[in-house]
Design a protein around this ligand. Structure first.
Ligand code: ADP
Length: 503
């Protein structure tokens, strides 16, 4: 065996020179090399039995020499057909270069390898293969990942492109073709400002400067021009691209076409404004109408009363009953108009409150308004300590008045007992008005808050079905919630929340 021998020249510089094979013979030196070289090597017999393997091969496979040498190489291959084919081709005098296969290690993990192999023959006899195995698992994984990423970029609906630090476009995906109309080969190599809308040309140097400083540009809304001259609204995210040593070499850019989205946003804004205007007009109308209708209604009630008085005994019982019904109807309608007016008033709102109000004082006012029914029913209203909070005075008063009024109206046989309380829960005040009245069936717990929703006839319990709808509207306006917990026959507790930080 002859090896290239440069060592004599080298050792001439370092005295005293050792003679080349003084310590190690050439065969030992070669054996050491193939044993220790970091590339896995093995020999196979014609039948596939492993005759020899070096340390790197044993390490790759995770076996000791005793466990590995002497076994059939097929045992270690994941794909039987691949190794059969390899062996067959070697037997048929072929040499294999970079043949890809998958090997199973002792710990069960799979490695992707590339095998190159040829056969040593002596006098035409198959002595053994000379097989070199390269572990390409990581490389393969990396290239698969790269392929996957490239596929994602390609299939994205967004435009994804890259440019160098001079703003020259380097890559261009299908999304970019679709959005801007240029094919990759038309635009790669051109300056990014090709896409500028007339009033955005100045942005480009600025964006490139930020990229050079390593900054990102996130969700930047701007305009760009397509190949056919259309102006698009796009949302841009531009990020620096670094090379393996961390130096910034360019930028990647994701552009999303939000032209349609922006048009939709504008349409929604306009529709919302129109709706708010219409709603406000409607509330204004309800408010005025309910106010203006009160007067003629009062006249109907007053003149019916006068009719009855003036012609008492002359009209006959039937006519008198009709007059009574007319008066009753007028009074009910008056109540209805009053409630409608309150409802419209809540919605119209007006100025936001600037000061905290004392909930206890509002409860007092509500009870003053209800003094007659409280006295007549013998109701006992108690309270816990109530807070000061930011809400329109009349709204809180109205909440208490409607809820306590209902607790009295929907009382049971027992003396009405009503308790008003408030506690802090997280960012809200939670108020409760608990009674011992008739209670509410679970299936009606939500619908009672609707307008004109009543569970009883007017003959059983007078009312308009507006009270809870007004309460709902009030808490909606301040960003709170209202609900009821109740058991029929045992009473109800109405809860409403008011944010501690006004919204
Ligand atoms: P109204 O009381 O004028 O009918 P509301 O909107 O105030 O209108 O109430 C709707 C319905 O909810 C009432 O008709 C009644 O059936 C039920 N309700 C409200 N409050 C109570 C309560 N405290 N106990 C039992 N039922 C109640």
């Amino acid at each position: 065996m002859s090896l290239p021998d440069n060592r004599e020249a080298h050792s001439a510089l370092t005295a005293p020179p050792l003679q080349r094979y003084d310590l190690l013979g050439p065969e030992e030196e070669l054996t050491d090399f193939i044993e220790k070289v970091a590339i896995p090597l093995h020999w196979l017999a014609e039948d596939g039995i492993i005759l020899w393997a070096n340390a790197a091969e044993l390490e790759l496979m995770g076996y000791t020499r005793e466990e590995y040498v002497g076994r059939d190489v097929r045992e270690f291959h994941v794909d039987a057909s691949v190794i059969e084919d390899v062996l067959q081709r070697l037997i048929n005098h072929e040499s294999l270069n970079a043949f890809e296969a998958r090997l199973r290690r002792k710990d069960g993990s799979i490695r992707d390898v590339s095998i190159s192999s040829s056969v040593l023959r002596v006098a035409g006899r198959f002595i053994h293969t000379r097989s070199v195995t390269m572990d390409i698992t990581e490389k393969k994984r990396a290239s698969e990942l790269q392929e996957r990423l490239a596929a994602i970029v390609e299939s994205s609906d967004d435009a994804i492109l890259s440019k160098d630090l001079n703003g020259i476009i380097q890559s261009w995906n299908r999304g970019a073709e679709r959005i801007f109309g240029y094919k990759a080969d038309e635009i790669v190599g051109k300056h990014i400002s090709t896409l500028a809308a007339p009033d955005t040309v100045d942005e480009f140097p600025n964006i490139l400067d930020r990229i050079r400083r390593g900054e990102r540009v996130d969700h930047y809304r701007t305009r760009r021009k397509t190949k056919d001259g259309r102006i698009l609204t796009v949302s841009l995210t531009v990020s620096p691209i670094r090379n393996s040593s961390g130096a910034i070499i360019g930028a990647s850019k994701v552009a999303r076409d939000i032209t349609e989205h922006e048009q939709q946003e504008r349409a929604i804004r306009e529709a919302n404004a129109a709706l708010t205007r219409a709603n406000s007009d409607l509330q204004q109308f309800v408010y005025s109408a309910s106010h203006d209708l009160q007067e003629p209604l009062r006249m109907v009630a007053a003149f019916s009363g006068m009719l009855k008085k003036k012609f008492a005994g002359k009209l006959g019982p039937e006519a008198e009953q009709y007059i009574d019904l007319t008066v009753e109807g007028a009074l009910r309608m008056e109540q209805l108009l009053r409630d409608l007016r309150s409802f419209a008033q809540v919605t119209l709102g007006g100025e936001e409150p600037v000061e905290d109000v004392d909930a206890g004082a509002m409860l007092d006012k509500a009870m003053d308004n209800l003094v007659a029914v409280i006295r007549e029913s013998g109701a006992c209203v108690t309270r816990s300590v109530l807070p000061r909070l930011r809400i329109h005075e009349f709204q809180l008063e109205q909440l208490f008045q409607n809820l306590i009024g209902n607790s009295i109206r929907y009382r049971s046989e027992a003396q009405p007992r009503i308790h008003v309380a408030a506690e802090i829960l997280d960012k809200e005040w939670v108020f409760s008005v608990a009674d011992n009245g008739i209670g509410i069936e679970p299936q009606f717990k939500e619908q009672i808050f609707g307008m004109f929703k009543r569970l009883h006839s007017t003959a059983e319990y007078p009312g308009t079905g507006m009270g809870l709808a007004i309460c709902q509207r009030i808490v909606d306006r301040v960003g709170g919630r209202i609900w009821v917990e109740s058991e029929p026959g045992k009473g109800s507790t109405f809860f409403f929340t008011i944010p501690r930080q006004p919204n």
